[in-house]
Design a protein around this ligand. Structure first.
Ligand code: HQG
Length: 184
């Protein structure tokens, strides 16, 4: 299993952030050719073959990667820092969504709202438990409540990645409820 995690981290690197590290190219929608990926990864000293990719796509804990319908291409379903167009259609969000972050970011978030940072989108979850796990990656976790329905009414678009992560371009502070603050 540890091996699968290692390969998954490698795939996150080349399919989301640094395809150039192994000379890979992604098409405008973020797809990499599977045969090319296997060839370039192998040349870079990574053990990778189709059965291993099949296992990762099927078993990855967050379903981070998906094959194209014809099975010849693969991409990350979300989380990119390289510019790709996932061609997701806007969807109506639920009334509330959640964003997990660390307490040390709160002053900055109060000032500017949620920004995507190095990624293309701000990532939101439909449940608080997932958001807590995401926040813990950065420090002492805190879960912010996003008034998604009000944002949508104000003209903000929401998308849902193939693996169920809610995405939006930014969240202005007025749509955030920070626990422990007045009105929270
Ligand atoms: C914070 C994982 C200061 C933001 C997860 C977050 C997710 C601000 C950090 C996915 C800010 C960015 C994404 C502001 C936002 N001032 N800090 N104005 N606005 N931030 O890792 O959401 O395992 O880029 O709160 O499960 O933590 O990779 O984003 O703490 O779905 O598949 O800046 O990554 O998925 O951190 O995580 P990240 P994230 P994977």
């Amino acid at each position: 299993m540890a091996d699968l995690v290692r390969v998954s981290k490698f795939l996150s690197l080349v399919l989301r952030h640094k395809p150039e590290q192994i000379g890979l190219s992604l098409d405008p929608n973020g797809w990499a050719d599977v045969d090319e990926l296997i060839r370039l990864a192998t040349a870079a000293g990574r053990r990778l073959d189709r059965p291993l990719l099949d296992r990762i796509v099927a078993e990855n804990d967050k379903k981070r990667f998906a094959f194209s319908d014809d099975g010849r291409r693969i991409r990350a379903s979300q989380g990119h820092s390289v510019e790709v167009d996932l061609a997701l259609s806007p969807v109506t969000p639920p009334e509330l969504l959640y964003h997990g972050t660390a307490t040390r970011f709160l002053d900055s978030i109060r000032a500017t709202g949620l920004r995507p940072g190095s990624r293309q989108h701000v990532h939101l979850s439909a449940d608080e438990a997932t958001a807590t796990t995401v926040g813990r990656r950065h420090g002492v976790p805190v879960v912010l409540v996003v008034k998604a329905d009000e944002m949508a009414a104000a003209g903000h678009s929401f998308y849902r990645s193939a693996n169920g992560v809610w995405l939006t371009e930014r969240v202005p502070a007025e749509f955030l409820t920070i626990p422990g603050e007045r009105g929270a």
